[in-house]
Design a protein around this ligand. Structure first.
Ligand code: XMP
Length: 327
């Protein structure tokens, strides 16, 4: 099963009809592969794992066990959306793990970006493995592997983590129903499966989440300032037609503070940096030209609504010289 390749003559999925045909074919294949046994899936809420979840729910219903780990670095409303869409609307078998304290405690005082990434990645596998060990009779692990992942791992660009880096003693057969699809096809299939646009067409979001947007050692108060300012930026971009147009946009709150004025008194608070970029492949990026009036409105909202922020800056740096994320 794991060796399935995209046929050279496969027609690109661009219409609901083609998506429906793909869904019907994969549903059959998954039912044949899995029988009446159970499948486990780490459901992040990202495009690929969400589409895999929706497809497997259609194929095998409650025999799919989804685990959503909240590592405390998700955007505002994300865990709630996963629960609403999968548990409430799709009636999925969903285990929600609130692990924010565990991750933030492990990250306390850690300022090196790569060490932060390693802690978040390692802790994620540990939490997921712990949940998996609590379950009986799981034979399969579903993954949101897509065709570019396979091509990149074959070219040695990116390691394709089989079985998500789980401990050696945890052996599962893989179920990879979107393995032969390109990203745009995954989105069309997801839409056809009834997932909301906000999930299927969402901007890229890194695995370490808001952790890389709270530069240096993460503190809960500064992380909250990142989360709240990001929510305002996303809300304003959605209201003003920039959602789906700008490739990636977010806020960053570095550790330094500066002087300002709040309620007529001197304040000493953080600055929030807005980043909004466009790119084809994330290797290079250009800066979005945000309308000045909208920018002023966003600044007004962030400085008034987000605790601890008295200044908002715009990052005009293309990639290169800057990377898209700050660390
Ligand atoms: P950079 O900052 O390298 O980002 O210009 C390019 C794209 O990759 C995303 N990114 C990550 N995604 N784990 C991820 O899953 C990571 O550690 C990570 N670092 C960066 C970034 O959001 C952008 O889309």
């Amino acid at each position: 099963m794991a060796e399935i390749r995209r046929p050279d003559d496969m027609v690109r999925i661009t219409t609901p009809e083609l998506a429906e045909a793909f869904i019907a074919e994969q549903t059959e294949l998954v039912r044949k592969q899995v029988g009446d046994r159970k499948v486990l899936l780490a459901l992040s809420g990202g495009v690929d794992s969400s589409v895999v979840a929706a497809l497997l729910i259609r194929a095998i219903g409650k025999k799919l066990v989804c685990v959503h780990v909240n590592h405390g670095l998700l955007r505002k409303g994300e865990p709630e959306q996963v629960i609403e869409v999968f548990r409430n609307q799709m009636d999925a078998n969903l285990i929600y793990v609130e692990a924010s304290d565990r991750f933030l405690d492990r990250l306390a005082g850690v300022s090196d970006p790569e060490q932060k990434r390693m802690i978040i990645g390692g802790e994620f596998i540990e939490v997921f493995a712990e949940e998996a060990r609590k379950l009986d009779d799981i034979d399969f692990l579903a993954q949101g592997t897509i065709w570019p992942d396979i091509l990149e791992s074959e070219r040695g660009i990116k390691a394709h983590h089989n079985a998500g880096g789980l401990p050696e003693d945890m052996k599962f057969e893989l179920v990879e129903p979107v393995r032969i699809l390109f990203k745009d096809e995954v989105r069309i299939v997801g839409k056809q499966l009834g997932l909301p646009d906000s999930m299927v067409f969402r901007q890229p979001f890194p695995g370490p989440g808001l952790g890389v947007r709270c530069p240096g050692a993460i503190t809960r108060d500064r992380l909250e300032a990142v989360r709240e300012s990001d929510a305002i930026l996303r809300e304003e971009f959605a209201k003003n037609g920039l959602e789906g147009k700008v490739w990636q946009y977010f806020t960053v709150v570095p550790e330094f503070k500066s002087t300002g004025i709040r309620d007529g008194k001197r304040s000493f608070e953080w600055s929030c940096i807005i980043r909004a970029v466009n790119t084809e492949d994330a290797m290079t990026a250009t800066v979005e030209n945000i309308p000045f009036d909208l920018m002023c409105h966003i600044v007004e909202r962030i400085t008034h609504e987000v605790k601890g922020i008295n200044r908002v800056l715009y990052d005009f740096t293309p990639k290169p010289a800057g990377t898209i994320e700050f660390e």
